[in-house]
Design a protein around this ligand. Structure first.
Ligand SMILES: Cc1cc2nc3c(=O)[nH]c(=O)nc-3n(C[C@H](O)[C@H](O)[C@H](O)COP(=O)(O)OP(=O)(O)OC[C@H]3O[C@@H](n4cnc5c(N)ncnc54)[C@H](O)[C@@H]3O)c2cc1C
Length: 443
């Protein structure tokens, strides 16, 4: 069968999806509105525009970002080809000349015999095979259409709290307990502070540096219901103690008393390896989040797997809407890809475009969906966004916390990450070779 596929959005995910489809013999109509209409962040008419940093993050395989990139290379990623061709020196990071990067990709896409690029805003999702990859700033009309199709499961703002790994907590300084003992015994990990610790924490948060907001992120009304922790602190010394740091209904088993203030941590994934700082959505600079939040005794050595952010971000409630191959549960030939699915970051978005494209092609060619091992970064990311047990879904970037632990315990972090990366890449190679989808060696 050779049905045409429409790909909506020519960003990082859209170009990868189109590339994967076209290279599997499927004709693609790629719709990109730039040239006719620009989002508040996009400037250039080229495809696959990097809207902010020109860094694609770490290069080394033994990092989460490095593993992800190596896996993408196995699929013959167009973004990785472009990155190699347009690299600029940046130490351990893979940084690119952003204009050359987008120009390279635009040229490749325009030259592909099976891809036709249409410069227009799509406002309706057609009733044919389609991949929606319209990004975190999808146009208003298309967002309304997505909302119509998905029901309520579409968010427009990302007000996320930081996430830390469970293994990095100091368990001498915290305890498991549900408030008023309602709920499961280990639903929450409580990180208490005494009066002096709380006051030092309050002083630090009041003077911590905040990240700059883009003008289109300055929607203060949106944040009233999910106020940044620093804004809450600014309302008064004890406001946090009546909000996310309230100690009522909790008793520290070490002292037998109610603590002065308590930060609660809640499981972020099914395995419970990642924990969310409940109510700590924040717009502090990342370095300040690490410095200030690590003042909470249980978090003194905490490993942050994602920092809190507050910005405009259109994303689906994917755990209730998407399968692990990025297809829409209620319609076989509708896929989503990119940041709109709740993966976060340039390469994460591009990688989901690859997987959506490959799986749409497999579906149209009558093959079973390609399910990636959960030990791979791409497999863990699509597993995370489609995991129904995740209740308060927030976007997630590549990190080692979403991979299942190794069978053996490796204390040294560097060695542990190296082992996780080696396992992930090997498992990906095996899976792709078995399915006839391997187009590189990952280097
Ligand atoms: C301001 C800002 C800064 C960011 N900075 C970084 C960063 O430094 N590092 C990082 O890793 N990530 C960053 N991100 C996240 C980044 O957007 C994603 O990582 C990545 O670009 C998402 O890829 P995507 O393909 O999903 O969306 P995009 O790359 O945004 O592509 C979506 C495309 O769809 C098009 N489109 C939208 N609506 C329609 C429509 N109705 N019809 C046709 N075309 C449409 C858009 O014009 C756009 O070209 C940033 C995001 C924003 C908003």
């Amino acid at each position: 069968m050779n049905e045409r596929v429409s790909v909506i959005g020519g960003g990082l995910a859209g170009v990868e999806a189109a590339w994967a489809l076209a290279n599997r013999g499927i004709d693609v109509d790629l719709f990109e509105m730039k040239g006719v209409r620009f989002s508040p962040a996009h400037r250039s008419e080229n495809l696959a525009e990097l809207v902010c940093s020109n860094s694609l993050k770490a290069k080394r395989l033994e990092t989460a970002a490095g593993l992800l990139k190596s896996e993408m290379r196995l699929f013959g990623s167009l973004c990785m080809q472009a990155a190699d061709a347009c690299e600029v020196p940046a130490g351990g990071a893979l940084a690119v000349d952003r204009d050359a990067f987008s120009a390279y990709i635009t040229e490749k896409i325009n030259a592909h015999a099976r891809i036709t690029v249409h410069r227009r805003e799509v406002t309706e999702i057609p009733d044919c095979p389609v991949i929606v990859a319209a990004g975190p700033l999808a146009s208003e009309a298309l967002s309304a259409e997505i909302r119509r199709i998905c029901g309520a499961g579409l968010s427009f703002y990302d007000a996320a709290a930081p996430i830390v790994t469970k293994e990095s907590l100091d368990f001498d300084c915290c305890f498991t307990q549900s408030r008023y003992e309602r709920g499961g015994e280990d639903d929450y990990i409580n990180c208490p502070m005494n009066k002096a610790e709380y006051e030092a924490f309050y002083d630090a948060i009041m003077t911590a540096e905040r990240a700059e907001l883009h003008t289109f992120d300055e929607r203060k009304d949106v944040y009233e219901g999910c106020m940044p922790i620093e804004a809450m602190a600014a309302r008064g010394k004890d406001t946090m103690r009546y909000g996310p740091l309230k100690p009522v209904g909790l008793r520290d088993p070490r002292t037998g008393h109610r603590p002065w203030a308590v930060l609660q941590l809640r499981k972020e994934n099914r395995q419970g390896t990642l924990l969310n700082l409940v109510g700590f959505q924040t717009n502090l600079k990342f370095s300040e989040q690490k410095r200030v939040f690590s003042m909470i005794p249980a978090l003194k050595n905490a490993e942050f797997m994602r920092y809190g952010v507050m910005h405009r971000n259109t994303f689906l409630d994917s755990p209730r809407l998407l399968n692990a191959d990025y297809s829409f549960r209620k319609r076989e030939t509708l896929f989503f890809a990119g940041q709109i699915t709740g993966v976060e970051g340039y390469m994460e978005s591009a990688s989901s475009g690859i997987l959506a494209g490959v799986n749409m092609a497999r579906r149209l060619n009558g093959k079973a969906a390609l399910r990636l091992p959960v030990t791979t970064m791409m497999g863990a990311l699509c597993g995370y966004i489609s995991d129904e047990s995740v209740k308060h879904f927030q976007p997630m970037g590549a990190n080692f916390g979403i991979l299942p632990p190794l069978p053996e315990k490796i204390r040294d972090k560097k060695l542990r990450y190296a082992a996780l990366a080696a396992r992930g890449l090997e498992d990906m190679k095996q899976a792709l070779m078995k399915e006839g989808e391997c187009f590189g060696n990952g280097i």
